[in-house]
Design a protein around this ligand. Structure first.
Ligand SMILES: NC(=O)C1=CN([C@@H]2O[C@H](COP(=O)(O)OP(=O)(O)OC[C@H]3O[C@@H](n4cnc5c(N)ncnc54)[C@H](OP(=O)(O)O)[C@@H]3O)[C@@H](O)[C@H]2O)[C@@H](O)CC1
Ligand SMILES: Nc1ncnc2c1ncn2[C@@H]1O[C@H](COP(=O)(O)OP(=O)(O)O)[C@@H](O)[C@H]1O
Ligand SMILES: [K+]
Length: 527
């Protein structure tokens, strides 16, 4: 599991070591990790090290200090290193080290800005070490103008952010323009929340965590990301004597005359995600379509009370005029069973909900939900601060809230939060959210009483519902990525996501069996 922290948590963890006089040691470790990452990146791109051109944009605080010391290491390895000092001061020891190692130092002035921007654009590597966890707001003045110019320039090299891209808020992931988008972020001591939540994640590129010795002082992480190893542990497996009812039955209240396909896609998502049986409740015409597309589903026009299930999925493809379906949705939410409440069910929720109800809005639906809760926020505001929005929605409703997007966040009402980014932009296709709702519904139906596999991972009590939803988002994202890979990275339909899912499930389980998962080698080398 990847753990992430606020900047404040990381700074607090540094305190005992700073008090012991180890501040310089921490900075050396950070700078060394940063320089090594640059070397590895150059090597992996087949670039020569000797003579490679490096430009360090160095702010006046310790983030700039890290960048200057890293520049010194790189200069000592034969790289042509220039530090551009963006502030009215600089980390003195870092500056001296860089100069001793043969690096050049340039002070940023308005007059010199175009030439420095040009030099950065021509460099093999740009290190963004202007602002780190001590930043208050985004870049200002000439530092902002320089970063804007480098962002706009046609760059030949790659960008490495020191600790976090300058302008990204370490705690919230909010992004104050201009920000130089990084190919790689090398972050120290622990990942920062802002690197694993949109829009900050848009600027971070791959994220590499460099341990610097503060780790044992870190508190409970404030954000988690499930990796393959965690998924393998959390996936339910049927016991030898399982039968379809013991494996879990999901009731689906989805689809309407206007949107019948949502019912089919939700059922396909659920069937792909290991549930013992799917019972569909809805209008006869939709039920017919479901029967034709998924003959495995048992369809009826009955009531919630008349159907025995372990969990409900309600809302996908429902409109405000679908009174019978909305009555079923409300009954399901009142049943005390785990529920995933999607799309059309979101406007029909009671004011207070329990954590075993999982809401699955996208940013627009979450903005509407805030409106109804009397705390208006528009879609842009939700997108500009996804972490705060998901957290606030969970606190205000009492439910578990999954906010869909390129990074999907799941917030438990007591504060646990998960972030998954396993998908591909091709998942932004109609019906993909219906499949996700089906997958999460199926996992809820299979949750049973086995809290053990969650507590093994340090997931306790009601955070379990958020972990299940995060597991669903991870499976769905990976299935989308695999479906697209199977067509050489081409576009996919929602149905293909459901088709790809069982193999993802199998692969994750197999990897866990043979131990290869320990590498956790997918896109990001986070420890
Ligand atoms: N503690 C340690 O030993 C270790 C720390 N480490 C590293 O230190 C980083 C944190 O360093 P930090 O606390 O010095 O803060 P940092 O992010 O460099 O920025 C603060 C400086 O910038 C200024 N400033 C602020 N906002 C600004 C703005 N919007 N626009 C322009 N300027 C702005 C502010 O000046 P002020 O506004 O206060 O005058 C202040 O001078 C952390 O991310 C990690 O990289 C690692 O080496 C491990 C060991
Ligand atoms: N840019 C993206 N990258 C990765 N996944 C995405 C992206 N955009 C959307 N998704 C995922 O695709 C799904 C879209 O769901 P939703 O918006 O409800 O679509 P629909 O209502 O059409 O079914 C969600 O799981 C979301 O996380
Ligand atoms: K930085």
């Amino acid at each position: 599991m990847i753990s992430a922290y606020t900047g404040t948590q990381v700074r607090a963890a540094e305190e005992p070591l700073l008090a012991d006089g180890l501040g310089d040691v921490l900075m050396q470790r950070a700078a060394h990790g940063l320089a090594n990452a640059v070397v590895n990146e150059l090597r992996s791109r087949g670039s020569r090290l000797n003579g490679a051109r490096v430009v360090v944009l160095a702010g006046k605080g310790n983030n700039g200090g890290d960048g200057l010391f890293a520049g010194a290491f790189l200069a000592a390895r034969g790289m042509r290193t220039t530090a551009v000092l963006t502030g009215d001061a600089a980390h003195q020891a870092g500056l001296a080290a860089l100069e001793r190692a043969g690096g050049r130092v340039q002070r940023l002035t308005d007059a010199g800005l175009p030439d420095l921007a040009e030099e950065a654009a021509r460099a093999d590597v740009v290190i963004d070490a202007v602002l780190g966890t001590g930043a208050k707001g985004g870049l200002r003045g000439s530092a902002a103008a320089l970063v804007q110019a480098v962002t706009d320039a046609h760059r030949r090299g790659f960008v490495v952010a020191c600790d976090l891209p300058s302008g990204v808020d370490a705690d919230t992931g909010e992004a104050a323009a201009p920000i130089l988008p990084a190919d790689l972020t090398v972050t120290f001591g622990g990942a920062k929340n802002g690197l694993l939540a949109d829009p900050g994640a848009d600027y971070a590129g791959r994220v590499l965590v460099v341990p610097i010795g503060i780790e044992k002082h870190l508190p409970e992480p404030s954000l988690h990301r499930l990796e393959d190893a965690d998924m393998a542990r959390l996936l339910p497996h049927p016991s030898r004597r399982a039968q379809k009812y013991s494996r879990g039955v999901l009731g689906v209240v989805a689809g309407s005359e206007d949107y019948p396909g949502a019912a089919v896609l939700a059922c396909r998502g659920a069937l792909a995600a290991g549930v013992g049986m799917v019972r569909y409740l809805g209008p006869p015409s939709v039920a017919d379509l479901v029967r034709q597309s998924c003959p495995e589903v048992v369809c009826s026009t009955g009531t919630v009370a008349g159907n025995r299930v372990q969990a409900w999925l309600v809302g996908s493809g429902l409109g405000p005029g679908d009174h019978d379906q909305l009555t079923r949705a409300r009954d399901a939410i009142a049943s005390g069973l785990p529920v995933v409440a999607d799309a059309g069910a979101l406007p029909a929720l009671p004011a207070v909900l329990p954590p075993h109800v999982v809401l699955t809005p996208h940013a627009g639906e979450l903005a509407s939900l805030f409106q109804r809760l009397g705390h208006p926020e528009d879609r842009e505001a939700v997108e500009a601060g996804t972490l705060a929005a998901a957290r606030s929605a969970a606190e205000r409703t009492g439910a578990t809230v999954l906010l869909k997007g390129a990074t999907t966040l799941v917030a438990a009402p007591q504060g646990a939060i998960f972030s998954q980014a396993d998908g591909t932009p091709w998942l932004a296709t109609a019906g993909s959210g219906d499949v996700l709702a089906g997958v999460i519904g199926a996992l809820l139906a299979q949750a049973g009483d086995d809290a053990g596999r969650f507590s093994e991972l340090g997931i306790f009590a009601d955070a379990r519902w958020a972990a299940i939803a995060a597991l669903g988002a991870a499976l769905h994202g990976q299935a989308g990525t695999a479906a697209s890979a199977s067509v050489s990275g081409g576009p996919i339909t929602a149905g293909r996501v459901a088709e790809a899912l069982p193999e993802i499930w199998g692969k994750v389980s197999m990897l866990s069996k043979y131990g290869a998962w320990k590498r956790n080698s997918r896109s990001q080398p986070l420890r």
